[in-house]
Design a binder for this molecule. Structure first.
Ligand code: ADP
Ligand code: ZN
Ligand code: ZN
Length: 744
C-alpha cells in the first residue's frame, strides 16, 4: 500500500510538475485515491492549503523525516478537477506516459508568457467613407495610414502580422485607425457564430422515422440505466448529424452539457452553422489553429457554464464541463483521434472512460466504422444503429474496378486506364467535374509485380515489406529482411518494383491528354501556405477547374455537387502500406472517395484502378458492402492476432548512436522476455521504425502482443520500473503506443 502521495496545490499554475510530497496517515492508507482533494500543511506554521492527489507512490523523494503528513480528505467532495486528474491517471496507465504529460493533456494551464495570438484587421466603414479618409490622409501626407487604408479598401480583412510586416506599419498607426473607427482588431477564431438571435432555427425539419427511432431508443436505454456507447453506422448524408443535434437538445434540457468531436478536416462551415442555428451562443468551436491561450479561454467559459456545447477535434474531449451529459464522436474511424505525442491516447477510448466517470453517454458515428468499434457493436459492448439511406434519396455512385494488369498486358502503360480516360472525356464534354485521387498516405515503397499483382510480404507478419536503400526489403514489425528480386517470384515477369507516381506527374499526364481541361492539384506541396488548402477547394467548388488531382486530402470535408466522376488511380498504394490496418484504411478511403461522386442531381461513377482486383477490401468497397468487409477483415485480424482480437503495444526506442541503440534494443527485448515469463505475451522485433532515422536520431520498435490488456499494461509498468534502475537504458528514449495507428 502506497505510503506517499504527490499533491499539486495550484492547477492554474504554469508548472503542473510542481508537486509536493506528503506522507499518507495510517487511517487514509488504502482510502486515498488519485484525483481526491486533500488538505495539506504548507510552508511554516499552521497554514494549510487544498490540493489534489496526482500520484500514490512508495518512493520517498525527499527526507522521510521531514516529509509532512496529509491532514485530511477535503470535505468539498469530488470536483471536476479531481475527475480530470483521475482521467489522466487512467490515460497514463493505459497508454504509458509520465503523470506530468498526462496532466498537461487533460488540464490546459494558462501560459504565463504572453502568446502571439493571431489577430486580424477588419474594415468597419463603407468604401465611400473610406474614400473620404483616403483623401484626408493624402493631403496630410500620412503615408503609413494611407497604405493601410488602401489595403483595407482592397481587402476588407487583413492578417494583423502580415499587414504590419508587408505594409511596414507600426502598432500606433494601427491603433490610430482603430480609434478613428476605420477598423477594428479581431482575434481570429474559426467559424465564429454568425447567427443572430432572430435567425435561430432549432427545428428546420422533422426527423425521419429511422432517425426518430434511434433517438427514442437511446433515450429509452438511458432511462433504463443502459450506459453502453451507441454506434450509428450510416453513409454520409444519411442524417447522423441531425440525430446528434436532437440528442444534444435533450441533454441540454436536462441542464447538462455536450462535447462533439469532429475531425478538423471534416468540420465544414455548413456543419458549424447547423449547430449555431440550433443552439446559438451556447456553442463554442475550437480548432488546432487557436492559440493555447484562446483555447484556455474557451475552456474557462465552459467551466463557468457560458458554453454548453463544445465542438472540436481530439483535444475538445477535455473541455471542463461540470455536468457533462454526452460525448459525440463523428467519423469515429479517423486516425486523427489518436494522439501522436505521449500520452498517445485514443479519443474514443478516452471518451468512453470520461463518460463513465461523469455518468454521461457516448454516441459514435461513421460511414465506415473502425474495426474496433464494429467489433464492439457485434459483441454487445456498444449498441449498433443503422441509417441505410441518404436523406434526399440520392443513389450511391456506381463503382467500377479496372484491372491494371490487364491494361499492361494490352499495351497501355499510362496511369490512366482506357476506361477512366473514356469516362473523363465524356464528363469533360458535358462540362462536369472530375476528381482524381492518389492515396499515398503512409505509402512505404512496397514492391509489387505489375504483370500479376503479386506483392512481396513478410512471411511472419503478413504485411508488405518496404523497400529501402540498397534494395533491402524490410518488415517493420519483426525486422525480417531480404534482398529485392529482379524478377517476380510468382510469375517471373521483370515488371517488378516499387510504385512511383506523384500527384504532380498525374496532373501533367492529364494536362497532356486533355489539353483544354483546367487542372488543379492539391497535395502537401500546393497547400503549404496558410489557407492554401481552402483556396484550392474553393476554386474547384466554384467551377474554376474541371479536374482536381490530389492525395487523400481531397476526400474529406467539402461537397462538390458537380463532380460526377471519381478516379482512384492506384488503390494498391494504401493497401500495401506496411501495417496491419492497411486493408481497413483502404476500404475507408475507397468508400469515401467513391462517395464524392454524385452528391448532386447527376448520378456519379467511381473508377478504382488496381493491380489487386480480387482483394477483399477492394471488392467489398466497390460493392459498398461494409458488413462483408468487416467479416473478412476480422478473420484476418483473428488469424494474425492483431487488434481488436488482441492488443498490440509498441515500444518506440530512439538513440543518437546506431550501435548503442541496437545493443540496448536487444537488452530491452531480453528484459521483456524475462518479465513476460509465463504470461501469454509475444515479443516481436526489434525492427527499424517506419522512419528509421529522424534528425540523426535512430529509431527502433519492439512490439508486445497479447490477448489481455491487463497483462500488457502490467508488463509496461514493470518495464518502466526496470528502466529506472538501469543507467544504460535511461539514455534510451522510450515511448509507448497502445494499438498504434499512425506508426513511428
Ligand atoms: P450525416 O451527418 O449522416 O452526413 P446529415 O444529418 O448532415 O447527415 O444530413 C444530410 C442532409 O440531410 C443535411 O443537409 C440535413 O440538413 C438533411 N436532413 C437530415 N435529416 C433530415 C430530415 N429528417 N428531414 C430533412 N432533411 C434532413
Ligand atoms: Zn508477377
Ligand atoms: Zn515480419
Amino acid at each position: 500500500m502506497a505510503r506517499y502521495a504527490n499533491v499539486i496545490v495550484d492547477i492554474s499554475m504554469e508548472k503542473l510538475d510542481k508537486t509536493f510530497q506528503y506522507r499518507i496517515p495510517e487511517e487514509l492508507k488504502g482510502v486515498l485515491a488519485v484525483g481526491m482533494q486533500v488538505v495539506v500543511p504548507f510552508g511554516n506554521g499552521a497554514r494549510t492549503l487544498t490540493g489534489y492527489v496526482v500520484e500514490l507512490t512508495d518512493v520517498c523523494e525527499f527526507d522521510p523525516l521531514r516529509t509532512k503528513e496529509i491532514k485530511e480528505i477535503s470535505k468539498k467532495g469530488v470536483s471536476l478537477e479531481g475527475q480530470m486528474i483521475s482521467l489522466a491517471q487512467w490515460m497514463r496507465g493505459t497508454y504509458g506516459a509520465t503523470m506530468n504529460q498526462a496532466l498537461k493533456t487533460v488540464l490546459p494551464v494558462r501560459k504565463k508568457v504572453q502568446e502571439k495570438t493571431r489577430k486580424r484587421l477588419v474594415r468597419t466603414i463603407s468604401l465611400e467613407e473610406a474614400q473620404t479618409y483616403l483623401k484626408l490622409f493624402e493631403q496630410k501626407h500620412q503615408t503609413a495610414r494611407l497604405r493601410l487604408l488602401a489595403a483595407l479598401m482592397d481587402t476588407p480583412q487583413l492578417d494583423y502580422r502580415l499587414a504590419a510586416e508587408q505594409l511596414h506599419l507600426t502598432a500606433p498607426t494601427i491603433k490610430k485607425l482603430e480609434e478613428m473607427g476605420i477598423l477594428k482588431v479581431e482575434t481570429e477564431t474559426m467559424f465564429r457564430n454568425p447567427v443572430k438571435r432572430s435567425e435561430l432555427c432549432p427545428h428546420p425539419f422533422d426527423l425521419t422515422q429511422q432517425q426518430q427511432e434511434i433517438v427514442d431508443d437511446i433515450q429509452k436505454r438511458l432511462a433504463e440505466g443502459d450506459k453502453r456507447p451507441s454506434l450509428i453506422h450510416g453513409v454520409t448524408g444519411s442524417g447522423k448529424t441531425a440525430v446528434y443535434l436532437e440528442l444534444i437538445g435533450k441533454v441540454l434540457e436536462q441542464g447538462r452539457e455536450a462535447i462533439v468531436l469532429i475531425p478538423e478536416i471534416a468540420l465544414t462551415f455548413q456543419t458549424a452553422l447547423r449547430f449555431y442555428k440550433r443552439f446559438g451562443d451556447q456553442v463554442s468551436i475550437i480548432n488546432s489553429r487557436l492559440s493555447a491561450g484562446e483555447r484556455y479561454d474557451q475552456f474557462e467559459r465552459a467551466k463557468r457554464g457560458e458554453v454548453k456545447v463544445m465542438i472540436g477535434p481530439r483535444s475538445a474531449l477535455f473541455t471542463p464541463f461540470r455536468n457533462l451529459g454526452m460525448i459525440v464522436i463523428d467519423e469515429e474511424h479517423e486516425a486523427s483521434y489518436k494522439s501522436e505525442t505521449a500520452p498517445r491516447y485514443h479519443a474514443r477510448e478516452t471518451a468512453v472512460e470520461r463518460a463513465r466517470m461523469a455518468d454521461a453517454i457516448v454516441v459514435l458515428g461513421s460511414a465506415t466504422p473502425s474495426v474496433e468499434s464494429y467489433d464492439n457493436a457485434q459483441n454487445g459492448t456498444y449498441c449498433l444503429y443503422k441509417l441505410k439511406q441518404r436523406i434526399f434519396g440520392q443513389t450511391l455512385p456506381s463503382v467500377e474496378i479496372v484491372d491494371l494488369r490487364q491494361e499492361l498486358k494490352e499495351g497501355n502503360r499510362s496511369i490512366l486506364s482506357r476506361k477512366l480516360r473514356q469516362l473523363m472525356e465524356e464528363r469533360l464534354n458535358k462540362g462536369q467535374q472530375i476528381m482524381l485521387f492518389l492515396n499515398r498516405r503512409g505509402y512505404a515503397g512496397f514492391v509489387s509485380c505489375r504483370a500479376c499483382g503479386h506483392v512481396l510480404k513478410c512471411p511472419h507478419c503478413d504485411v508488405s515489406l518496404s523497400l529501402h536503400t540498397g534494395g533491402r526489403m524490410i518488415c517493420h514489425y519483426c525486422g525480417y529482411e531480404e534482398q529485392a528480386e529482379k524478377a517476380c517470384p510468382s510469375c517471373g515477369s521483370p515488371y517488378i518494383g516499387a510504385f512511383r507516381a506523384g500527384t504532380q506527374q498525374v496532373a501533367e499526364v492529364v494536362q497532356r491528354e486533355f489539353p483544354k481541361a483546367r487542372v488543379l492539384r492539391m497535395d502537401m506541396d500546393t497547400t503549404k501556405n496558410k489557407d492554401g488548402h481552402e483556396k484550392i477547394l474553393e476554386a474547384f467548388s466554384e467551377g474554376r477547374a474541371d479536374v482536381l488531382v490530389g492525395t487523400q486530402m481531397i476526400v474529406k470535408g467539402h461537397d462538390f455537387p458537380a463532380v460526377t466522376l471519381v478516379g482512384v488511380l492506384a488503390a494498391d498504394l494504401s493497401l500495401y502500406t506496411s501495417d496491419y490496418r492497411a486493408s481497413e484504411r483502404t476500404f475507408q478511403l475507397l468508400t469515401q472517395s467513391a462517395g464524392r461522386a454524385g452528391r448532386g442531381r447527376e448520378e456519379g461513377t467511381a473508377v478504382i484502378q488496381t493491380y489487386s482486383p480480387g482483394h477483399y477490401s477492394i471488392e467489398t468497397a466497390a460493392a459498398q458492402d461494409y458488413e462483408l468487409f468487416f467479416e473478412k477483415e476480422l478473420a484476418y485480424r483473428r488469424l494474425m492476432e492483431y487488434p481488436p482480437t488482441a492488443y498490440l503495444l509498441a515500444v518506440y526506442l530512439s538513440h543518437g548512436e546506431k550501435e548503442a541503440l541496437e545493443e540496448r534494443a536487444g537488452s530491452l527485448k531480453e528484459i521483456l522476455g524475462k518479465l513476460a515469463g509465463e504470461k501469454a505475451v509475444q515479443i516481436i522485433g526489434p525492427a527499424d521504425a517506419y522512419v528509421a532515422k529522424v534528425k540523426d536520431i535512430y529509431r527502433k520498435v519492439v512490439y508486445l502482443k497479447g490477448r489481455e490488456l491487463k497483462e500488457l499494461t502490467k508488463l509496461k509498468g514493470e518495464l518502466e520500473a526496470v528502466v529506472q534502475q538501469r543507467e544504460e537504458l535511461q539514455q534510451l528514449n522510450i515511448q509507448f503506443d497502445m494499438n498504434p495507428m499512425n506508426g513511428f
